[in-house]
Design a protein around this ligand. Sequence first.
Ligand code: F6P
Length: 437
Amino acid sequence: MQELGKQQKMVIGMVGLPARGKTYISRKICRYLNWMGFKSKVFNIGNYRRQICGTDCNSNFFDPGNKDASKARDECALLALNDMINYLRNEGDVSLYDGTNTTKQRRKLIMETLQQKFSEVQVFWVESICNDEDVILRNIQLTKLNNPDYVGKSSDEATQDFQQRIEQYAKVYEPIDMDENISFIKIIDIGNDIMIYNIQGFLQSKLVSYLMNLHIYPRPIYLSRHGESQYNVGHKVGGDSDLTQTGLMYAKQLGKYFVQELEGNRNIKMFTSTMQRALRTSNEVCELLGVEYYSLKALDEINPGICDGLTYQQIADKFPQDYEERKMNKLTYRYPRGESYLDVISRVEQIIFEIERSRLPVIVIAHQAILRCLYAYFHEHEVPEIPKLNIPLHQVIKLVPAAYYCKETRIKIDPMTGHWEIQDEATIKKVKSFLDL
Ligand code: F6P
């Protein structure tokens, strides 16, 4: 697991008017950081407010002139801050403070409190500014109308009240200013413009590039392993074997599936590894689709080092200690002269950036360990679960990331007949079993 440093913790504070995607951004950052091995958690001030003050708060509650309500809201913000500090003191590496934090005074209070509590803490502010009324309205409709504040209200009534809530916040909103002398990134109009200031250290720079790649345009991401390979049939790990006849058939059927699924759309991004089995599969797909792919080493299968070319049984016989160690902790175990799953995660991080950045549908044709890592990122799986995720051969996993979750469909393709069997989310949940190697 990665460490920020023994003493050093990080707080990421969100800033912005309501319905500017702050919760979306903080969840994405949190997921990314957890996936990278930094223990991270979002503290949403709104949830504290709902728990303490109830959900029956109309826009008047957010009027800065409403003294009692302002006091109650400040108390909720402090409670969240307190819990966040405790989390960092105990297990956490990074806390995300998800609220509007719209005034300089509030930000100053947070900075001072954190500096008092920690000898060393990095605070990084992320401000989301959006002036596009259509985007704001879409955001209200997508994410706010279902929130507990509006249970039993009509959609028009809820939208109107939420717009009035925004106006209340706007009365006192002070965008982050350089004179506050804090580290920040401003994301303007969903990434059309970015401003950064006083970025400190490795993690903040990483987050800046991550945030620069984010957008909210929905597009499908398709993951598939290569077709069955010679090594798959021999139950051997590693190697660079070619496809079997069945594997080749799958590659052809996969191409047909994509032609139909994408309805002839050639405007897509496709990534594959540099290994024969993946290249052969991708070639078949591309020939039918009429597109080109990017072949990247970052997508090559986990390197099994000295175990390359062996079956799991042969590994157990030849290297019993390694076999046991891997069984005990598949995530951190590194094959001698090879890789661990943690190594793979840091290697495929570049692919996450590519996928996040793309506004076009994305196809990734790769390998079991690689796809486990990518899949876990989109589904917020706990990192230790990654090596056990079920990514079978001859199946397409279609992911469509939405505001707060990722929709999944699995399409099982019969290599011989081309028959597809579609599993929706409910079925996937039922049949999701973890491999127990
Ligand atoms: O068996 C196919 C394969 O892609 C191997 O090349 C690779 O070593 C293995 O899967 C990764 O899966 P696991 O981590 O479960 O051994």
